[in-house]
Every structure is written in C-alpha cells, then in structure tokens.
Design a protein around this ligand. Structure first.
Ligand code: MG
Length: 324
C-alpha cells in the first residue's frame, strides 16, 4: 500500500512529539480539545511560508521546519505570550519522505524547546506551502501591543539586527563575505531564535513591542503608527554583529540593520518610570537589549540621527539595491 496522508501524519507528526497536560485531544480527531488556563487571554498568530517566495530549494528541510514555527513563536513573543500549541497546514507537491523527515525534525526540535504541542492541521497536494498557527497565553490584560508607546519612552532592540539580510544578500551574490561570517549569518536566516523569554519578561515593563520581521524601520514604523507617536533613533546605537560590521561599510551596515528583515529580534519601548526596573531585571538578559532612541510626539515621524543631526545616509541610495 502506498504511503498516504494518514501514514504521513502518523510517522512525522504524531510520534515523538512533546505532550502537554492541557491537550485533552490533539492530532487524530476532527478537531483538537484544549484546556484554557483561568484568568488568561489566548494569543493567536498565523504565518505562511511559500516555496520560491519565502525560501528556496537551497534551504534545508530542517531549517524550513524550524523557521515556520519560529516566525510564529516570534509573533507570540512580541505579544509577551507563553507558547502552548501549534497547528500546521502542509501543502506538498509530492510525498518526499526525506524532505518530510528533515522538516518534521526541525519543527519538532523547536516545539520541544518551547514546550509547544502540535495539536493538528491539514495536508494537501500542491505547490510547497506551509502555514502554522501558534497559540499562547498571557495573564489577562498583560499582552504587549503596538499601540502603547508614549512620548518620552525609550526604544530598545534585542540582540543584533541586519544579519539575516546580509545572509540573503551573500547567498544572492550581491555582497562577498568570509566563510565564517557567512556561516554565522546564514544560521540566523535559517534558524532564527524567537525572543520568547524576553517577551514574557517585558509584560510588566514595556509600553509597546513588535518583532522585527520586515526590518527595524518598517516594524518600528508600525509602533509609531499604532501609537500615533514619532521616534528619534541614533543610527550609531543600532546593535550590529561583528559579522555585519566586518563584511560591509559602516553606512551599509546601518542600512542592513534598518531595512532588512528576518532577524526576529524584538523592538520595544520602556517608559521612563519603568526604566529602573528594566535596568535591574533585564540589563543582563541574554537577549542584550540595546537602547537606540526615544519616542517623540511627532505622529509617524521617524528621525534617524547621528550626534543629534539628521543622518546623511537616510535618503541616499548610492546604487544600493539589496533590499529592492
Ligand atoms: Mg510580527
């Protein structure tokens, strides 16, 4: 008998998966049955990855499995949520067991790590497409949102930004970088680490938050728009990795950090009144948040500055088309 849909689900998505007590019934019925913790709110995020659009055939199956979960967990992190469950819609052009083995391995690894349970999904035949829906919780009323930033709040970014964009540019041969830097930034493009612990730690501290999926400029822009505020950002304060600063010019490194996406760091704002708590609790957090600027009252205005003067690189394109 041919290897069919039920064998696929059984082989790759049922066995060896983490089990949570709040899953009454997961994969294997018409729908999942889940127990909700009391005094909590459910946080739900969905993201799709399409072959040829969000990734190409160079990307290992294990990385595809990791990343499609990671981008969803990153959205939960940006809300301050604790991840609990995932569902997966998988569209496959053919039954490729080697690919499925790698994909399910990558997905399972990250689910295991974050104690997230695959609770169901769907498989269909068609162009390779993956859709994950992630579910998590926050204590009632504590979710981080984009619309809470106020003038005077400090703006932070976790980790470093621009690496995934550099990896993509190097892969497309738009820039030449050393093998060791390439390995490092490719790891960030293929295996992003969602800032789940940081997001939860920020629930009582940050006034707004977003994950950086489309580039700092675009994603901070979403906070500014939702909160009806502006921002001043010092481009020399942007957290850049050694791999980035040693691979391109200083000005290009800033452009990568501002415009390239896929880093899945968090950008968030902290009111002056919470800054002492923030410094005490989070200054030594492994996600190493860096203060990059301050929220202003000028609605939707992002000022990129150097030494309090407008940054000259802001508008000049200079034949730079890596992000087109
Ligand atoms: Mg997001």
């Amino acid at each position: 008998m041919a290897f069919g849909e039920f064998d696929l689900i059984d082989t790759y998505f049922t066995h060896r998966w983490p089990k949570r007590d709040d899953v009454v019934k997961g994969v294997g019925d018409d729908a999942a049955i889940l127990t909700l913790p009391s005094d909590s709110e459910l946080i739900i995020a969905t993201d799709t990855m399409v072959s040829g659009v969000h990734f190409d055939e160079q990307m290992p199956a294990r990385a595809v499995g990791h990343k499609v979960a990671a981008v969803n967990l990153s959205d939960l992190a940006a809300m301050g949520a604790e991840p609990a469950w995932l569902s997966l819609a998988l569209t496959l052009p053919e039954m490729d067991q080697e690919w499925l083995e790698g994909f399910s391995h990558g997905l399972r690894e990250i689910c295991d790590y974050y104690d997230c349970h695959l609770i169901g999904g769907d498989t269909t035949k068609g162009p390779l497409t993956l859709t994950v829906t992630a579910h998590g919780f926050v204590p009632q009323g504590t979710a981080l949102r984009r619309d809470g930033a106020k003038p005077g709040d400090w703006i932070y970014v976790s980790g470093s930004i621009g690496d995934a964009g550099l990896a993509l540019a190097a892969q497309q041969r738009k820039v030449q970088i050393s093998d060791s830097h390439y390995r490092r930034v490719l790891e960030r493009l293929y295996f992003p680490s969602p800032r789940v612990a940081l997001g939860q730690a920020l629930r009582d501290i940050a006034s707004s938050a977003i994950d950086i999926s489309d580039g700092l400029k675009a994603d901070l822009g979403h906070i500014l728009q939702a909160s009806n505020v502006g921002a001043r950002v010092d481009v020399d304060e942007l957290p850049l990795s050694l791999a980035l600063t040693e691979s391109v010019t200083a000005e290009d490194a800033i452009r990568y950090a501002l415009h390239s996406g896929d880093d899945y760091e968090l950008c968030f704002t902290v009111p002056e009144s919470r800054r002492g708590v923030f410094d005490t609790v989070l200054a030594r957090h492994p996600a190493k948040p860096t203060c990059i600027g301050r929220i202003t009252s000028e609605a939707n205005k992002l000022r990129l500055e150097r030494n309090e003067e407008p940054w000259q690189g802001a508008d000049e394109k200079g034949g730079y088309d890596h992000f087109g």
